[in-house]
Design a protein around this ligand. Structure first.
Ligand code: ZN
Length: 209
């Protein structure tokens, strides 16, 4: 076999999701429809979502609706099951450690395992649109890489630091059927649910079945 015939596994370049962030977010949101947000206890949030296999207009419309819903709820990330759709898609509009704004979406995301030497644990506060009005410290790696595909089915890789790294991990967790409160101790979880019960969400939510 000659060298040219050897196949090297293609690892896609990292997407530059800070270019035209404002315009891209606005375009998605303006095409989309705001949908109410599902909250903890809704079964759609507590089961793994299905892999996307159809890269059609309805997937593009879903991404647009997710951007519209994310903005209406003042979120920095949103998973499809948070608007009641059990498909592996998330969107984000989130600042990183250097306050750079990142805007994008990932279909069928997987968090890549980073060597411990390349990351540190960061125990900043975390919150979730599906657990309205509550926050709790949660240790997570301060860097993350997510690979998946875009809404046309083309491979993408996204990397983030700081708050954006937290967002990438949090949203992928959603699609695996986990909320951040599932990573807390019993006592912390109880505290978070108490915080939630004491407040009224500032956006429309789906009543639990
Ligand atoms: Zn969330």
């Amino acid at each position: 076999m000659t060298q040219q015939e050897q196949t090297i596994p293609a690892v896609p370049e990292f997407v530059d999701d800070s270019v035209d962030a404002e315009a891209r977010e606005a375009a998605h949101r303006e095409r989309g429809t705001v949908r109410p947000i599902t909250v903890v206890g809704n079964p759609v949030l507590h089961a793994p979502c299905a892999e996307v296999t159809e890269f059609d207009d309805s997937l593009a419309a879903l991404v647009d609706d997710m951007f519209a819903s994310q903005r209406a709820a003042s979120g920095v990330g949103l998973a499809a099951n948070q608007i009641g759709v059990a498909l592996r898609v998330f969107v984000y509009d989130c600042p990183d450690d250097d306050d750079v704004r990142h805007v994008g979406h990932v279909v069928n995301p997987v968090v890549e395992e980073l060597p411990p030497a390349e990351r540190e644990l960061d125990d900043s506060n975390e919150g979730c649109l599906s657990v309205p009005g509550a926050y709790m410290e949660l240790a997570r790696p301060d860097r993350a890489v997510v690979s998946g595909v875009d809404l046309h089915g083309n491979p993408v890789r996204v990397r983030g630091t700081g708050y954006f790294a937290r967002c990438l991990q949090h949203e992928t967790d959603h699609l695996n059927g986990y909320l951040y409160i599932d990573r807390l101790s019993k006592r912390e979880r109880k505290d978070v649910l108490r915080q939630m019960a004491e407040g009224t969400p500032a956006y429309e939510t789906v009543p639990n079945p």
